[in-house]
Design a protein around this ligand. Structure first.
Ligand code: CMP
Length: 140
């Protein structure tokens, strides 16, 4: 077991419904710790750059528009196997496929407005954390 850090985003559908605390409780109950967190409004350029890997997908434009439609909470989660644990707590991308008790099963509206994002690998976690946070904003 290794202590890892991962990047999490609480998406506009969840901030709009005042679910930040409820979602954070799911992470903390799973043993993940918040070592950085801020509520921001993504610019179109930030959303396009963050999701550039999906540029060719038919949903890319809608996804970027959705991610800039309201505030998001970007956060760094730390814990043993944090990347896998975060993905387990989030559940499958599409809430219809997500397991009972997961964040997306409980809270997501649909596959796009799916309440949370989490890094999918150690490599991407490092890139995504750097995208939003300076080193001195992360306090373990
Ligand atoms: P996320 O984990 O943030 O990574 C990419 C996002 O694209 C994903 O969550 C969903 O919000 C969105 N997404 C993935 N597949 C689809 C789809 N088929 N239709 C619309 N949005 C999607």
């Amino acid at each position: 077991m290794t202590v890892e850090r991962t990047l999490s985003i609480i998406k506009p559908d969840a901030t709009r419904r005042n679910l930040t605390g409820a979602i954070n409780k799911c992470f903390e109950d799973a043993g993940l710790r918040f070592v950085a967190q801020k509520r921001i409004r993504l610019s179109a350029q930030q959303a396009e750059e963050f999701y550039a890997v999906h540029e060719e997908r038919p949903f890319y434009g809608d996804l970027c528009a959705f991610m800039t439609s309201g505030p998001v909470v970007v956060q760094v989660l730390e814990g043993e196997d944090a990347i896998a644990k975060n993905r387990e707590v989030m559940g499958a991308t599409n809430p219809d496929d997500a397991a009972d008790g997961t964040i997306r099963k409980q809270f997501a509206e649909n596959v796009e407005a799916n309440s949370v994002h989490g890094s999918d690998s150690a490599e991407n976690a490092a890139i995504e954390i750097k995208f939003f946070f300076e080193d001195d904003e992360i306090v373990g």
